[in-house]
Ligand binder design. Structure first.
Ligand code: B16
Ligand code: MG
Length: 217
């Protein structure tokens, strides 16, 4: 029997990837780096500074900026990103998410968030679902980002669940790898990509049966 749920945010609870894309594209193009949706896919689940490093390497500019200048670039991107989230509301929850969270509450299954996003608390507040989560891992407290399992282990422990008794929900390959390294059951959520290593994969949360899921080995 599984006893707790750990959710990624972007791509699982809501789709903020398109807003990240627009903000990174604007930043990249302002320093002469071309940026497309294919490259954007490689940034899913990757922290803000690691994303910037990947973008700079993609444009052969990895040694062009000092650490302070890089901080300023990341801040500029984040300011634009946060502005684009102004109208985010419960209408932006991905299909099946609200029902699934209600059922988890009915079954008294504790839930936590394991997102690389420092904006997670603000986003969950705007989506009207923050009260469903017992804990949101602060990415600033992590030594390593996904695919390291640290964020998933911390999330499970924060709701008093052993990783082997938890189910993790992820849309990104790096996240699935982290969940499996943490010793958890992995639910992959993607309609477009095959998530290697996921114990099951669905296109959206509407396909999930909570009773069946908690009884999985
Ligand atoms: P922020 P997740 C990740 O969210 C996004 O997928 C990734 O594109 C983003 O760079 C990262 O959060 C950091 O976000 O700039 O808001 O701190 O999928 O881990 O929920
Ligand atoms: Mg994600």
């Amino acid at each position: 029997m599984k006893k707790g749920f750990v959710f990624d945010l972007d791509g699982v609870i809501t789709d903020t990837a398109k807003f990240h894309y627009i903000a990174w594209k604007e930043l990249a193009e302002s320093i002469g780096i071309t940026f497309d949706e294919v490259f954007n896919e490689t940034l899913k689940g990757i922290s803000r500074m690691d994303s910037l490093d990947r973008i700079l390497a993609h444009g052969n500019q990895e040694n062009k900026f000092t650490p302070l200048e890089k901080e300023a670039l990341a801040e500029k991107k984040n300011d634009n990103y946060v502005k684009s989230l102004e109208d985010l509301s419960e209408n932006d929850l991905l299909p099946g998410v609200h029902d699934f969270l209600l059922k988890a509450r009915e079954h008294q299954i504790p839930c936590a968030i394991a997102s690389a996003s420092k904006n997670a608390p603000m986003i969950l507040e705007k989506l009207g679902v923050i009260s469903f989560f017992g804990h949101i891992v602060d990415p600033d407290t992590l030594k390593k980002g996904k695919p390291d399992p640290e964020i998933f282990i911390k999330a499970a422990e924060s709701i008093d669940i052993k990783p082997e008794d938890a189910i993790g929900f992820e849309d990104a390959q790096a996240g699935i790898e982290g969940i499996k390294k943490a010793g958890m059951y992995a639910v992959g959520i993607s309609a477009t990509e095959t998530l290697i290593g996921a114990d099951i994969q669905v296109a959206s949360m509407t396909e999930l049966d909570i009773e069946l899921l908690v009884s999985s080995k």
